[in-house]
Design a protein around this ligand. Structure first.
Ligand code: UN1
Length: 505
């Protein structure tokens, strides 16, 4: 495998940052932006001190006091402008996503498209934010609800979707009248600097207060300050279950609101009637795409025993055609793992699977790269049972294959994991498809038919149940998490009837 020269990657990162209007004074700081393509340094970034974080939250809070009274359709203007700038700089941001997260350009551009899409959605939302009017039981009374801005929203995002997840939160929060303080992953500080610069420009262009958005950089300790600050009304955090377990109770202890998007352990059920051509394509994209580093990546395949051998054979041969390597190279579909510990976690999981009686059908080994860059061929593993390693999320391209005999058993296996993000069924039997989507079917926040588990559109609510954390972001009515609801009773009569028929005279 031919890897590019590290200096070339540094130059590409610097040029993309400049095109996005980012200030690129060399922080010389302790935070090192690396690229998984070569495992080498791109540049250093200044980490935020405790005072920096405090200043950012103070500024965001002050801006909120003004922003909350700007009419929502006017707030939409900043998001509309952001959407235009993202469209103009789609290639630049995608370049940074490839450099920092290792995604192939098509997926990196898809991620930026997700940002543009949510901006459009949020602009439309800025003329909605509907409350209901209910029938009052009292004559001469009106009963209704109003949605008001919530406050400062803290956003903690992960390396694997370094820009889209921020935009889902930020575009929606801004039209809802909130302001945002963002702590990106410490592995993707440069894409964050570029996004912050584009949003600052959008704010300038439409005359919105500069304080509506602040970027803070660093590791867990920087995020913890957001978690514990009572001025942060909503903390929206994407990452591991471990992180969610630490964050959730701390925010709850101060009665703050939390929106958690944690791990997934997504499965597809493949029924005997499945269209196998379509299934193979859906499975390969979801399981091997993004090198298995999406929270929606397909990790478990639950196949009817009558089609299991054929399907495994076909996936294995499709895996054999997948080009793994430098994501900038033409034809490459699988880029690098993010770092060494991701590679080690993958190897540990494969060892455990073998010890549990699993058979590695193909993949799992390192394929070229360099000492510091970790490229692996996606692994396909047949398992005799859903053992503990199958029930864990390993953030790498491992697809475990289990077989079933009857449909109830498939659903039971499907739901028998602690996570509940995404799921799908491949079948042409309508009864099975509907059962999978029914109350006693998949227990996930996302349940699909005849497509894979990953690659959701922004129009639906995104998130999942159980250890996935229960949060919903992006489309549908996910905006409600970013606002507070007030119930209003207005008496326009000259009498004072009490509810529930109470007499007090
Ligand atoms: C994530 O992996 O954190 O559905 C988000 C998908 C993308 C979002 C994934 N739209 O795969």
């Amino acid at each position: 495998m031919n890897l590019p020269a590290p200096e070339e990657l540094c130059r590409r990162a610097e040029e993309a940052l400049i095109r996005c209007g980012a200030e690129i004074t060399d922080g010389g700081g302790p935070l090192v932006a690396r690229t998984p393509i070569t495992g080498t340094e791109l540049r250093t970034v200044t980490a935020s001190s405790a005072e920096d974080v405090d200043r950012a939250i103070t500024a965001a809070h002050e801006a909120f006091l003004e922003w909350r009274s700007v009419p929502a359709p006017q707030r939409g203007a900043v998001v509309r402008r952001l959407g235009q700038l993202l469209t103009e700089h789609k290639a630049d941001l995608a370049e940074l996503v490839t450099l920092e997260a290792g995604k192939i350009p098509s997926e990196a551009q898809g991620e930026v498209q997700e940002m543009i899409d949510i901006c459009e959605f949020a602009v439309g939302l800025s003329r909605q934010l509907y409350g209901r009017t209910m029938a009052s039981e009292r004559p001469g009374h009106r009963l209704m609800e109003t949605w008001h801005p919530l406050g400062v929203v803290g956003v903690i995002s992960a390396f694997n979707f370094p820009v889209a997840v921020w935009s889902w939160n930020t575009a929606v929060a801004l039209v809802c009248g909130d302001t945002v303080v963002w702590k990106p992953s410490d592995r993707t500080p440069l894409t964050a600097i570029a996004c912050d610069a584009l949003l600052a420009r959008a704010a300038r262009d439409v005359g919105a207060p500069a304080g509506i958005h602040a970027l803070i950089q660093g590791s867990g300790d920087v995020g913890e300050r957001l978690v514990d600050d009572a001025r942060v009304a909503l903390l929206s955090a994407t990452g591991s279950v471990r992180m969610g377990r630490a964050v959730g109770p701390r925010v709850a202890a101060r009665f703050g609101k939390c929106l958690l998007e944690l791990g997934g352990n997504n499965a597809a059920v493949v029924a005997p009637s499945a269209d196998l051509d379509l299934t193979v394509r859906g499975v390969v994209f979801s399981a091997a795409g993004t090198a298995g580093q999406r929270c929606t990546s397909l990790r478990r395949l639950i196949v009817h025993s009558s089609v299991a051998d054929e399907l495994v054979e076909r996936i294995s041969s499709a895996y054999g055609q997948l080009k793994v390597g430098n994501p900038f190279d033409d034809g490459v579909l699988v880029g690098p793992l993010v770092n060494r510990s991701a590679f080690e976690a993958m190897q540990t999981a494969l060892d455990k699977a073998r010890a549990d009686g699993g058979t590695i059908v193909c993949g799992g080994e390192r394929s070229g790269g360099s000492d510091a860059a970790y490229y692996v061929s996606p692994a396909l593993v047949r398992m005799p049972a859903q053992t503990s390693v199958v029930r864990e999320e390993t953030f790498a391209p491992i697809l475990y294959v289990l077989t079933y005999e009857d449909f109830d058993q498939a659903i039971a296996l499907h739901n028998e994991v602690p996570q509940g993000l995404s799921s799908s069924i491949f079948t042409t039997d309508q009864r099975e498809a509907e059962r999978f989507l029914a109350a006693d079917g998949s227990d996930c926040g996302i349940a699909n038919v005849n497509i894979g588990t990953s690659g959701a559109e922004i129009g639906g609510a995104f998130g999942g149940e159980k250890e996935t954390g229960g949060g919903r972001e992006s489309g549908s009515d996910a905006w409600k998490a970013y606002m507070r609801r007030a119930t209003n009773t207005v008496n326009y009569s000259d009498r004072l009837p009490l509810a529930q028929g109470v007499e007090f005279t």
